[in-house]
Design a protein around this ligand. Structure first.
Ligand code: SIN
Length: 479
């Protein structure tokens, strides 16, 4: 892989880019400038739409086998460059290095899955009432797609979208988050190295997303919008996409309940809530936001959870021993502080943590006796804070879990098989982990219900989001 400076410089000068300004990407751990990247504007977006449209004509005409080969090479290059990608990601947004290494593998997993899936986009030949007709359902690529991705998974949220789009024969224009454009640029460079034709995957970093995104969303040649981010922004994009009636996928905010029933395996529940809550310093859409524990276990669960949280190593994310790094920026820390203060004012007890540690670091926090209507029980905190609330009955637990406009992920801890089924079916969520705090996988469907989104990413479902089904009715005529 080329040096980081060469990759970011290239994106300032490429023929299809018209950016003349740059913006700084700042490392959350040190406050140092990691890179200066092109600051693309509305004009760059118009040019990118032209390029994506021209490239689509050629890319759609390639065979699925050819696209599969390029994706397979891309996968291999991503894996071969694990250390460079992981280090860049950690410096760019503060994720601990061991998690970044895991994310490289996760991101590459989507590429590998869709390298294989490209060859399994089957249509149907189905029966007609009229014996002189043959009827076909023929999948075809939707067209150029525009993606907006978040900073919390700078590689995996890109490949989760780009790999199925490119496998299906779509071209792909990406606006990465302002905080994490460098990882996306490195990925795009590896795509070219893998033999991906110019213009099939374009990255437009920007410090001012609205004008650029508006151009691409309003361009009728862009046929698909895919977004991962907040529900608030998702609503605006959904309305904008209606003007050109685009295909749309929205992966929006979550507010995951984590239910621990009286018959749960406590060791497993504590280990898994740790993984779910403190991964990426709590900056994931699927992390446990509200922890409901049956009253019979609450005391022991809280003690063990707090003890485990205190053992976490908080520090420099580039240090291989670090479990929890800094939050992404000052705004993120301010939100966590506001949520904790409001909960404590409302009577919550800080079992551990509950304070800023300097810079953008916040201590892993466990709160007990939290009011059910506290701010952090309703809004995504996006930080390392675990509020615990008790419940008495299964019906009460399900009611509390569903009492939210969100519906992305939920978790259930029980050893009762009947309860596992009953509760999974009753939860209004797109993803349910039963005795499993980390259910995401490249081959599994990911997505929400209610105000957590539209559409599914991953597995065979993910590629359907980039395909239109054409019905062809064929009259045979006479021999
Ligand atoms: C997210 O938090 O947005 C994605 C998490 C995952 O893929 O597990």
């Amino acid at each position: 892989m080329k040096a980081l400076a060469d990759v970011t410089a290239k994106y300032l000068t490429d023929g299809w880019q018209s950016a003349t300004r740059t913006f700084e990407v700042v490392e959350p751990a040190s406050g140092k400038v990691l890179a200066n990247v092109a600051d693309c504007d509305a004009q760059a977006a118009r040019r990118a739409a032209d390029v994506a449209w021209e490239a689509f004509e050629r890319w759609r005409a390639t065979s699925a086998f050819e696209r599969s080969d390029v994706l397979a090479r891309w996968h291999d290059l991503i894996i071969a460059n694990t250390e460079a990608l992981a280090t860049t990601m950690t410096r760019e947004m503060g994720k601990p290095l061991k998690e970044s290494r895991g994310e490289v593998k996760y991101a590459a997993g989507f590429v590998r899955w869709y390298a294989e899936e490209a060859k399994r986009v089957y249509g149907d030949l189905f029966p007609a009432q009229d014996p002189t007709k043959r009827l076909l359902a023929m999948p075809q690529p939707v067209g150029p797609a525009f993606a907006i991705t978040p900073w919390n998974f700078p590689l995996a949220m890109v490949t989760r979208k780009a790999a199925p789009a490119l496998a299906a024969g779509c071209t792909f224009v990406l606006k990465p988050a302002e905080q994490s454009p460098v990882s996306a640029l490195l990925l795009a460079d590896l795509w070219l190295e893998a033999g991906g034709p110019a213009g099939t995957l374009q990255v437009l970093p920007t410090s001012d997303p609205a004008p650029l995104s508006t151009v691409l969303i309003e361009d009728p040649r862009i046929r698909k919008l895919t977004f991962t981010g907040s529900t608030e922004v998702g609503r605006v994009l959904y309305a904008q996409a209606a003007t050109t009636v685009k295909r749309i996928s929205l992966e929006l905010g979550g507010h995951a309940p984590f239910l621990v029933f009286g018959d749960a395996d406590l060791d497993n529940a504590v280990a898994q809530v740790m993984a779910s809550k403190f991964r990426n310093a709590g900056q994931t859409c699927v992390c446990a936001n509200r922890i409901y524990v049956h009253s019979s276990l609450a005391e022991e669960f809280t003690e063990r959870y707090a003890a485990a949280a205190e053992r976490l190593v908080v520090g420099d994310p580039l240090d291989a021993a670090t479990d929890v790094g800094p939050l992404v920026d000052a705004q993120a820390v301010a939100k966590v502080e506001r949520h904790v203060a409001e909960a404590v004012d409302g009577g919550a007890r800080v079992v551990t943590g509950g304070k800023r540690l300097g810079g953008l670091y916040y201590a892993p926090t466990v709160l007990a006796g939290v009011r059910r209507d506290a701010l952090l029980m309703r809004e995504e905190t996006f930080g390392p804070v675990a509020p615990i609330v008790t419940f008495e009955t299964e019906a009460e637990a399900v009611r509390l879990a569903n009492d939210t406009p969100f519906g992305l992920a939920a978790y259930v801890y029980t050893r009762d098989l009947g309860r596992a089924f009953r509760v999974s079916e009753a939860l209004e969520y797109g993803i349910v982990g039963v005795n499993d705090g980390t259910p995401s996988a490249p081959y599994a469907p990911f997505g929400g219900v209610k105000q957590s989104g539209i559409g599914r990413e991953g597995g065979p479902w993910g590629i359907q989001e980039y395909l239109n089904l054409k019905y062809v009715a064929l009259g045979l005529g006479k021999a």
